[in-house]
Write a protein that binds this ligand. Sequence first.
Ligand SMILES: Cc1ncc(COP(=O)(O)O)c(C=O)c1O
Length: 408
Amino acid sequence: MSEIKELRKDFPVLSREDNGKKIIYFDNAATSLKPKTVIEAINNYYTNSTANIHRGVHKLSEEASIEYEKAHDQTAKFFNAKKEEFVLTKNTTESINSVMYSLFTGDFFEKGNKILLTKMEHHANLVPWQLLERKGLIELDFVELKKDFTLDMQDFENKLDKKTKLVSVAHASNTIATINPVKEIGKMAKDNGSLFLIDGAQSAPHIEIDFPKLNADFFAFAGHKMLGPSGTGGLIAKKELLEKMEPFQFGGSMIHSVELHKSTWNKLPWKFEAGTPHISGMIGLGKAVEYLKKVGMDKVRKHEKELTKYALDKMQEIDSVKLYCPKDKEKQVGTILFEAQGIEAHDLAITLDEMANVAIRSGMHCAEPLVSSLNDKGLDRASFYLYNTKEEIDEFLNALSIIVKSFK
Ligand SMILES: Cc1ncc(COP(=O)(O)O)c(C=O)c1O
């Protein structure tokens, strides 16, 4: 993006310097930086109109309710979902757990059913389902990966059977970065009569999401990875399903009427937002999607593809650096999982931080089954976002080359 220099001024953390070196933030897959508009909106809520929503009749409460609902609607619209179809959660993990819990308490699964996942899932899309397996209710099955780190669609077809009640797959992997063909997976899942959940934590920040076109029942995402505040995430789900589903949590706000022994539920989406929500977070998330929309998701993706190709080409030239991803900008997001042979993942991340002020992630990346099978001591990950530049990649790779040589 030509306007990148201007855009970078919107992110205060990017002007931070340590020991005379500008910060290079390549840990975007963990969480993104926040633009000033998001920070200011949160500040404004606490400074000028702090109040609870959907309760008081005074003007502060009314103002807060209006701002909250405006941001809520904006966020649903960003995903081309109906306003009843978006539920604010605290992160992707809570969104997926909520679906699990609601299906479980709604007796959706019967003994002998199967849930089909893949071998590239984040713990958030694995551990919740293990509860159902521990209870002896369902069996988990996993689609294999091919050698080029893409999903083995033949294996998916083979494993999708009549017992499969739910398919739950990452849209893009947080480790190997692969973008999965979710529309195709969704079509096959629907034809099979299975529910389909997309873990969109790594796609929503980088790829335009048109929820109705994905053939999905559920789409879970992290607001905090797409310029929004920490403690924000979301669940998008088909209205017809949400209408039938059990609430995830019970208490205030989510009710229509309450008697001592029974209650009825509020209309969508409030039926699924029990208690006081993260009001400032929702307002901030509204500003985040406004920011992304203004830039344009097509431009975000285009810029990240350029960065990814640039980094992939250069990293493959460094001796002893090994990449674990499709190595194709069309098949992956801007995340590069790698190792510098002979250097432990955490040692490399610490050295890059201390020497060059480069922030990357190291370890198991909350995907232990996959990452430990690639390297039992963990791997390093550099992940880019709309404000990163080729110059930053040059600085990172320059430091990486020096470190690799000095460890020899
Ligand atoms: C693919 C994927 N799923 C789920 C999660 C969990 O997200 P959150 O931290 O928002 O709960 C992450 C976080 O990195 C992720 O990358």
